[in-house]
Design a protein around this ligand. Structure first.
Ligand code: FAD
Length: 457
């Protein structure tokens, strides 16, 4: 018997329930990945993620080859390709991970129907992409948690499944056609500081970070912008080259306040997944608090361009936006304050910011990106939706010596720590010599506009 395993956002061999189940039920397995042009048409295959994905596919193929198998890679509409492969090898079952986006729901529905016509059954596995399945825990009277803390409390009481080992051997039937995995070199327009993709690189990253004391120090150091002390596992979790469930197990085995704080962040990831699974429309529509007055491209073109290019005149915001362009990644604290700045200080529609992030982030993810943007914009799950982060206060707190700003904004490299976050307070001749812009808007002015629009004044 033959089974197909459709890989999606789970590009690994370890702790992979669909592959594990397929190998138990069939003699031969087709490990399949489909490059769907629909994702390209929707603008979701940004160069940074395409390059990272190329690494992931090569690594997966190499790991399968070491086990006697290979990755079957096809290009085309995903449902058509899966059905064609299932029909060609006479598969009785197709195994895959459950997804949470509207796209994933549609894909699953159509696969279920159309696979039936070629005599194959679809088996969808939960808790592959997340540590705990969306919907596994719910509050009384609702299909999901809309507030993080009660979710965390409940999530922490659940027992996660034990991580599964990688298979020793994978036998792929003869004659199933596929393409060679693409190379990263063929992708243009990527950020220069992009990390390597793949399960090998992801596991290595986690091991090195924990071994070097990163996890133990996480609670104290995770918000230090210049220290760059977080795990940087997000792209690996986004593509599923490391398993969220296994990462939680690893952290709990290590124990201590650092590991606990790290697990809490992984819980945020599950939290957002269970929100979007229940409300897929929240990817582009306001989740809780509606705001129809945002400024858009037509009213705020210059402000938006200054934000995107990192020349708003607020050093911490500009440093973060330049890091994003250079690395395809940004620190969580920096994401929070740049998102708050765009939506609440410039009062620009969160969707414009979310789109820009998706164009550049190597971990760019409909679930985490959109719901974090909504959190920052005060339309989502934040229980204090009208709070505004003051970028200067944030900068002094999380980059007290200005090292993060100096790294990314060379114009300010020689400004001392006392003024680096407020260069507008330097004497005029010094300021003119810097070649650094004045603030696009005063903080007080931005705050008044936001409060007025929200009817809070
Ligand atoms: P660590 O601090 O080491 O945390 C470990 C893991 O926990 C992360 O890799 C991530 O998977 C998860 N995590 C941490 N914080 C969050 C969070 N707030 N929400 C959900 N998961 C979290 N994360 C993405 O993976 N993709 C995105 O597209 C994305 N967009 C964001 C947009 C905005 C406006 C904001 C405020 C946050 C966004 N995040 C996103 C969440 C977070 O910023 C990143 O996951 C984190 O910075 C990645 O760095 P790290 O791996 O070193 O995180």
């Amino acid at each position: 018997t033959v089974a197909v395993v459709l890989f999606t956002a789970d590009l690994r061999l370890r702790d992979h329930p669909p592959l594990h189940a397929a190998l138990r039920s069939a003699d031969e397995v087709v490990p399949l990945f489909v490059l769907d042009p629909g994702i390209h048409a929707a603008g979701f295959d940004a160069p940074n993620r395409r390059a990272f994905l190329a690494d992931c596919l090569r690594d997966l193929d190499a790991s399968l080859r070491r086990r006697g198998g290979r990755l079957v890679l096809r290009s085309g509409p995903v449902v058509r390709e899966v059905c064609a492969v299932a029909a060609a090898c006479g598969a009785a079952e197709v195994h895959m991970a459950a997804g949470v986006t509207a796209y994933a729901h549609r894909r699953e529905e159509r696969l279920r129907k159309e696979l039936g016509a070629v005599g194959a059954a679809l088996r969808v596995h939960e808790a592959v992409i997340t540590a705990l399945a969306p919907g596994a825990v719910t509050p009384a009277g609702s299909d999901h948690y809309g507030v993080f803390t009660p979710y965390l409390r409940r999530w922490s009481q659940e027992t996660l499944r034990r991580p599964l080992a990688a298979p020793r051997a994978v036998r792929v039937p003869e004659g199933v056609r596929g393409e060679p995995p693409p190379g990263r070199a063929g992708v243009s327009g990527t950020s220069p500081g992009l990390p390597p993709g793949g399960e090998t690189a992801g596991r290595d990253r986690l091991a090195r970070w924990s071994r070097s004391g990163g996890m133990a120090a996480y609670e104290d150091r995770h918000d230090d912008l210049a220290g760059d002390a977080t795990s940087r596992l997000s792209p690996y979790l986004h593509f599923g080259t490391v398993s969220a469930a296994e990462t939680v197990h690893r952290a709990r085995e290590q124990g201590g306040p650092g590991a606990e704080a790290f697990v809490r962040q992984l819980c945020w990831r599950d939290f957002h997944h269970q929100v979007l699974a229940a409300r897929p429309e929240a990817s582009w529509r306001d989740y809780r608090t509606r705001d129809d007055r945002w400024r858009g491209e037509d009213d705020a073109a210059e402000d938006i361009a200054a934000w995107r290019d990192g020349r708003t005149g607020y050093p911490i915001v500009d440093a973060a936006m330049r890091q994003l362009r250079h690395e395809g990644w940004m620190h969580n604290r920096a994401r929070l304050l740049t998102a708050s700045f765009l939506t609440k200080t410039l009062y620009v529609d969160w969707r414009i910011g979310a789109r820009h992030f998706l164009d550049l982030l190597v971990d760019g993810d409909i679930v985490n990106n959109q719901l974090n943007w909504q959190w920052a914009a005060g339309t989502g799950t934040d229980t204090r939706p009208h709070r505004v982060l003051n970028p200067t206060v944030q900068a002094k707190r999380f980059d007290p010596r200005g090292a993060y700003v100096r790294r990314w904004v060379p114009e300010l490299a020689d400004v001392d720590a006392g003024r680096i976050h407020e260069p507008w307070r330097l004497p005029e001749d010094r300021r003119d010599a810097l070649g650094y812009p004045d603030p696009v808007v005063g903080l007080a002015e931005g705050l008044t506009r936001f409060r007025r629009a929200r009817g809070r004044e």
